[in-house]
Write a protein that binds this ligand. Structure first.
Ligand SMILES: [Zn+2]
Length: 305
């Protein structure tokens, strides 16, 4: 069955590497991610957003992840990403997710604490760990969108973790959700991260850190996509953030871009072939390559045992 997220991240924190979290929406994504992790003997976290649950249903996604974890010989956790709906959070706790995120980051400090604390109590009763968010990570992804980044304050982070009892903390240090992140170069505030790291002992989580690789964007555009203005976080900056204490790195956008480019190519280059398997298999392969690259960036290759 699933491995506890606390176990995967605790080991990573002690070993000074990070573990990749990938968002899943369908069968091909689960297979791509798990094949990548198995090939590289890495632990991995599969995550469902509320948007993914609206699309595919929690039971279907849970069953896909469960099948993968039963067949794979690597630690796999199932995580609820950006939980905001109490009904969905409660169901994830009951059904047996490894961990859930309560995202009360749009609330003010005290309300964020109160809401997070309530969810921590619910989840811990069932032995499930909780990720919370302090500050606001910018950008748009699924149901989560915010125009402005509110950076995480290190002192507030310390107080927040102490008062809520959360297990992992998502921090806002200059990353942004989605493919349209910034105008110009990304600049992560590593000094801020270092200060937070000094004040907070639990694993820290980096959201909105997709690379948006140029080659993939060009491929998608070549086959008809319009991705003007997309921008990612350079891998060197993600690695620097891991060095300063990030233990979980979330990836969604890069998988979507890989999927998009491959599907467009399959349809455009083989206009007579309408077999869904011939359209989706190349997408699965392309997503596996992305997942492998992200696992390398995290430094978790060979850490499955
Ligand atoms: Zn996120």
């Amino acid at each position: 069955m699933f491995t506890a997220t606390t176990k995967i991240l605790g080991k990573a924190q002690r070993g000074h590497y990070a573990v990749a979290h990938f968002n899943i929406n369908n069968l091909e994504m689960v297979q791509a991610i798990v094949n990548a992790a198995m090939k590289l003997k890495s632990p991995v976290i599969l995550a469902t957003s509320e948007g993914a649950i609206q699309y595919a249903g929690m039971d279907y996604l849970y069953a896909l992840a469960k099948t993968a974890s039963e067949q794979a010989n690597i630690p796999i956790a199932l995580h609820l990403d950006h939980g905001r709906d109490i009904t969905i959070i409660q169901k994830a706790i009951n059904i047996g997710y490894s961990s859930i995120m309560i995202d009360a980051s749009p609330e003010d400090f005290e309300n964020n604490i109160a809401l997070t604390k309530k969810i921590v109590q619910l989840a811990h009763r069932k032995g499930i760990s909780v990720e919370a968010e302090l500050g606001t990570i910018g950008g748009a992804e699924d149901e989560v969108s915010s125009r402005k980044i509110r950076y995480t304050d290190p002192l507030q982070a310390q107080e927040f973790v102490e008062r809520t009892g959360c297990d992992f903390l998502a921090v806002a240090i200059g990353t942004s959700h989605g493919a349209y992140k910034f105008q110009g170069e990304a600049q992560l505030q590593l000094d801020r991260l270092r200060e937070i790291r000094k004040k907070v002992r639990i694993p820290l989580v980096l959201h909105g850190a997709s690379g948006v690789p140029e080659k993939m964007v060009q491929e998608a555009q070549h086959y008809g996509a319009d991705l003007t203005g997309v921008e990612g976080i350079p891998e060197a900056q993600v690695k620097a953030a891991i060095k300063e204490g990030i233990t979980k790195v979330n990836t969604d956008t890069d998988l979507r871009l890989a999927f998009d480019a491959a599907v467009r190519k399959a349809i455009m280059t083989k206009p007579k072939d309408f077999d869904p398997r011939h359209i989706l298999a190349p997408a699965r392969e392309a997503m596996q390559k992305v997942a492998e690259q992200r696992i390398w960036v995290c430094g978790s290759v060979g850490k499955a045992r």
